[in-house]
Design a protein. Structure first.
Length: 204
């Protein structure tokens, strides 16, 4: 499991250096978490797959975050709702992610926003430490109370996204060499988010 020293990979300012550390230190931990998460996801009968980010398009700037995404599609994950576990330099996160790549036409944004709006009650009932984010490539968060605004923005703005989940800050005691407790927290987060995913799939 992850620990505080893992976040030091982002201290390397070079693309090659940071990528080498991500591949050797972070990616194996993503794969280890996938071994725990996939049995939970596979229970719905779909062919869930773990997609570890490779950052192949980067030529100069090193990635500011990295992640593993879980989707019931071997070919990719960005085109549909999925789960995403990732790291920024100051926190670990686990989200249910509805990203901009799902909006293939102008009509898709408003349509998917309407589908997301149907989750409002479920989102409001999430634990108090759950948060929102509007872009998986930006280090930010917003309170659950802003869900309606976030969904409306998704319908209007091409680059907008809706991410729902937990952030675990780098100074959390869970990252003080407590692998079992951290794994339990992440799996509990995933289990809490699964009903939102299932509800979203029902209206699509």
């Amino acid at each position: 499991m992850f620990q505080k020293s893992d976040f030091e990979v982002f201290d390397d300012p070079t693309l090659d250096g940071r990528m080498a550390k991500i591949r050797s230190i972070i990616d194996p931990k993503f794969e280890a978490f996938a071994d725990k998460a996939l049995p939970i996801l596979l229970a719905d009968g779909r062919p869930w797959v773990a997609h570890v980010a490779k950052h192949k398009m980067r030529k100069v700037n090193p990635p500011e975050n990295t992640w593993v995404a879980f989707a019931p599609n071997k070919r990719g994950y960005k085109m549909e709702a999925h789960f995403e576990l990732g790291l920024w330099d100051d926190h670990l996160y686990l989200y249910l992610a509805v990203e901009e790549n799902m909006k293939k036409t102008k009509a898709d944004g408003p349509r998917i926003a309407q589908e997301l709006d149907s989750l409002a009650t479920l989102v409001a009932d999430l634990p108090a430490d759950f948060v929102l984010s509007n872009n998986h490539m930006e280090n930010n968060q917003a309170p659950l109370a802003t869900y309606g605004e976030l969904v409306q923005r998704y319908g209007r703005v091409k680059s907008a996204e809706v991410l729902i989940g937990r952030q675990i800050p780098v100074d959390s005691p869970l990252l003080d060499n407590q692998p079992e407790q951290l794994a339990d927290s992440l799996l509990e987060t995933l289990t809490t988010l699964v009903p939102l995913y299932e509800a979203l799939k029902k209206v699509q």
